[in-house]
Design a binder for this molecule. Sequence first.
Ligand code: 3SK
Length: 513
Amino acid sequence: TLNLPEQFNAADYFVDRNIREGRADKVAVLCEDRQLTYGQVQAGMNRVGNGLRSLGVRMEERVALLLLDTEVYPQAFFGSIKIGAVPICINTLMRPKDYAYFLNDSRARVLMVDQSLLGIINGVRSKLNFLEHVIVVGGTADETDLVFDTWVAGHSDALEAAPTTPDDACFWLYSSGSTGLPKGTVHLHHDMVYATETYGKQVLKVKETDVCFSAAKLFFAYGLGNGLYFPFSAGATTVYHPGRPTPDAMYSTIAKHRPTIYYAVPTLFGSMLVQDGALDGVRICVSAGEALPAEILKRWKERFGVGIMDGIGSTEISHIFISNREDDMRAGSTGKLVPGYEARIVDDDLNDVAEGDVGTLLIKGDSIAAYYWNKHEKTKKTMLGDWINTDDKFFRDEDGYFFYVGRSNDMLKVGGIWVSPIEVEACIMEHASVLECAVVGAPDKENLIKPKAYVVLKDNFEPGEELSKEIKEYVKKALAHYKYPRWIEFVDELPKTATGKIKRFMLKDQATQ
Ligand code: 3SK
């Protein structure tokens, strides 16, 4: 257990403590050509907190953050937390209807949005039932909105933390499932501390001298720990790249800011391997989001002489709970339990399976989210007292190494982000030519899973490259880009059970051959 005081605020722990411990002048954030010290982050955070209070934001109210990775992020995130409000880190890759859902579901009255995303929000503004104030970061705003820089400048840089407790709501992330709407995952003030004391300190071993750079964005649970609360917990420096994490951008950011810890997802490690670039100064790389193919790990080590520490985490558990270690990496295995977490591998009746047998992974640890907002039934099925059902299938060998086998449901992890095949199927079905379809995961040439669609066409439509391209473009426009099927196979019919259910396992087997 953490033994936190009865009154505890995560912004005090992750930001103010750095000032008390003498790091006011230490560089906290490097972003392009700009830098912010811990003293400047604290002042900005306090101004944000005071600014939100002046807009009438109270303890427990949600503040939506639709922001790129820049120096504004820690100020907005911890500024909200410091007054006891609850920031929601929102994915910047989504579509207008998704934003309307997040903002209405959460009932956030304030949104901080990067100016590059303001157009999307304006497009759905008439559908937003609770939003009152929009604060635009990095640009101008129309008369009704506020501009972040001028708004914060008008508020004091002195602020006392609100009297929150370790068990108050602290922040949310939206988590998506194979069916149903995304779930607001409610994390408490102690959750980030628990993840820090366990994975951050005992596996990652982040130190004050480290410079962290996460290709995974801050709005992902993975990126939030990597690029914000782990480095801040140690008084280290973090590097932000606001743009797309292309291999070129990663290499040039690494060359410019010389991080010591570099975090990415397997798809990016794979694409960096086929491009020129160096990793000078990086002492360790970290991978999560999807299983790291052994071949990528081998080629990375050969080329750069640096290992990739592969692990698995979840939005609900805050961060990584099973991981390889710097001095103990087993290719093909997700590694061993992170200290502070317990695991059970169970059958469908929640009985433990024998060692070496495959079952569903349950995890216990104090960084697990308290509940899903407004989703009582889903909360009861997932959060089982001290334990959480990860819906991941694993087996554990006699040495304690865990091996990932797949999902209990049909969800796919694509480039580290969950994709529901059912959502993609529903979108493909809207195309005029499609009679039926099924989407499953198929490995690409790097052995990384991407969506593949099996499509039955209506009469009068001809299968071919043209139509395949058209359907892919249709999905890219309607859904977040990463969800589109990389391959479309036209078939005469889909395999079905006697009751007409698609035999997905047959298609999965076919797609993986
Ligand atoms: O996808 C993962 O493995 C992960 C890792 C850390 C935090 C959150 C997630 C989803």
